[in-house]
Design a protein around this ligand. Sequence first.
Ligand SMILES: [Zn+2]
Length: 197
Amino acid sequence: MKKLVLVFLLILFTSGIALAQGPVPQEPILSIDPFYDLSVYDTGYCPGRPAGWGWNGRLSWPTDSHDVLETRAFRLGHPAIDILAENGSEVRAAATGKVIWAGYNTWGYGNLIILDHGSFRTLYAHLDTITVSCGRTVTRGAHIGTTGRSGQSSFNHLHFEVMKRNLYRYDPCRWLQCNLVPEVYPANKVRWNSSLH
Ligand SMILES: [Zn+2]
């Protein structure tokens, strides 16, 4: 009987926490669907894109850098964050999941990795190198590639997206402590074309 009461109290407590946190607000739907209109040049497409798992409501930083460009933060037209990182910096899985894209993407993402974590997905774009392949399971923190500026990118950075299966994007800074930095890009002072990601 005591045990039952304890279990009951535990359920009450945890549901209370869930209510206090509330549902994650949805952000505007994005305009780019990376799975739409594939060409033979989209070599990263994983046929049959396997369902993943591993979402536990937490995300780890995919890079050592926590610097997010203020002008390239999450907004309508850019449903992602651009994390400043030197070319060749290590990129790591933000959560455990399955690889559903590993290779080139013609929509502007360049060398792209998408991981499926069950209810959520994470996307890593403009990579220099990719060290995972379709269907592979990667654990949180695993090395999956290196940063670069492939695709439509005018400077070295990681374009990082968090999305639901229905492709609704969420601001990654909801989960990560982002360090917003001003537009001036210190490494090469290149001013990028705003149409580039
Ligand atoms: Zn971007």
